[in-house]
Design a protein around this ligand. Sequence first.
Ligand code: ZN
Length: 131
Amino acid sequence: MDDLYRELILDHYQHPHNHGEIPDADITYEDSNPLCGDKIRIDIKTENNVVTDVKFSGKGCAVSQASASMLTDELIGKSIDEIRKLDKQFVLDMLGIPLGPTRIKCALLPLKVIKAGVYGITTWPDEEDEE
Ligand code: ZN
């Protein structure tokens, strides 16, 4: 079962979905994970508080880039309120493989960027339950 998910992650890494930038985005945010060198930028276009387009760019390990690719797929059609409710578990379930503490930071970087973008702040409300 793990192999299936590993392949899925590799596939998203090699052929990322929603890759690029939106010049007139309503929400743009970027952040990095210095532990691994991952960088993620997310551009979101909204209409009436619903995501109509989303693109990501960045570089880094397979886990961070695949997580961004898979997560951006989930965002289109969601409201900003729904995005605010996405949590770590959503991302971990989406990736589907057990990740060590270092890799979890890679996996969660795109969510962190998206949350910071939709909240318009740089602190992450879920940060306190981090190990
Ligand atoms: Zn990484």
